[in-house]
Design a protein around this ligand. Structure first.
Ligand SMILES: [Zn+2]
Length: 255
């Protein structure tokens, strides 16, 4: 299995062993720690923490990490331009598979500017992008997010994440990938199964990937295996389960 969206830097060492024991082979760990990013140096050090410390913490437990790096809307430091200048160098690394997570939280002017700049960067570099959708005003902000994506970047490079029943209908006009986040307070494994049963065929089975978004918020490192278990109990065949929990993410990120 692949957990397609985690924040390894916010999690204890023991979580990686639990994930590996439950059958997760790889995970994408994304930039953004909800700490104060008072200067670009803090953001860059956060990137290095992911690439140096977290990769080895996971590797020691048999879990392979790949990274997505970028400026999250809640991490925009006053000298954010320094981060944007250095970002392409990070994106060129072999262990960095995407730009992310990026997006809009409140859709302020500065958030839109930083989001657009990063989407253009990804488009130019042919880099995959992980786009966040917020908990607050989710539908309204997602509409704005999708319209910026559609005018700035090749949408097939993009995964829009944390898609839930409140926004899935908006994805009808979007050609990229859809991340389904199974996390306490967001969606239970059973709710994810219900959503997938309704939308899997309609939107295309090759477009969905599962993730836990495990972070400093209430999280379950075993979200993906628990959802796979519920899918099996609901009678889903192995091929479809494999697409959701492994193949689609592996293909998208060229594992
Ligand atoms: Zn996240």
């Amino acid at each position: 299995m692949i957990d397609a969206h985690i924040h390894a830097d916010c999690r204890p060492y023991e979580d990686f062993e639990r994930m590996a024991v439950a059958g997760i082979e790889s995970a994408i760990t994304l930039a953004h720690d909800p700490m104060r990013m008072s200067t670009s140096a803090v953001v860059i050090d956060h990137f290095y923490r992911i690439l140096e410390n977290d990769f080895s913490r996971a590797e020691n437990n048999g879990l392979t990490l790949k990274a997505a790096l970028g400026l999250h809307p809640r991490s925009i430091c006053p000298d954010y331009e320094v981060v944007l200048q250095k970002l392409p160098e990070f994106l060129d690394r072999e262990d960095v598979v995407a730009l992310g997570e990026v997006g809009l939280e409140t859709a302020s002017e500065i958030e839109k500017k930083v989001f657009k700049t990063q989407l253009s960067m990804a488009d130019k570099m042919g880099m995959k992008v992980v786009v966040h959708t917020p908990r607050q005003n989710k539908r309204e902000i997602t509409i704005k997010t999708l319209s910026i994506i559609n005018e700035t970047v090749d949408p097939t490079l993009v995964v829009v994440d944390h898609v839930d029943p409140s926004i899935i209908d908006l994805m009808a006009d979007f050609d990229g990938m859809l991340g389904i986040t199974v996390q306490p307070q967001k969606m239970t494994p059973l709710e994810a199964v219900q959503l997938l049963e309704e939308k899997f065929s309609e939107y295309g089975p090759e477009r969905f990937m599962l993730d836990s978004d495990m972070s400093s918020s209430p999280s379950d490192p075993l979200s993906v295996p628990k959802t796979v278990h519920k899918l099996k109990l609901s009678g889903w065949d192995n091929k479809k389960i494999n697409m959701l929990s492994y193949k689609n993410a592996a293909d998208f990120y060229s594992f």
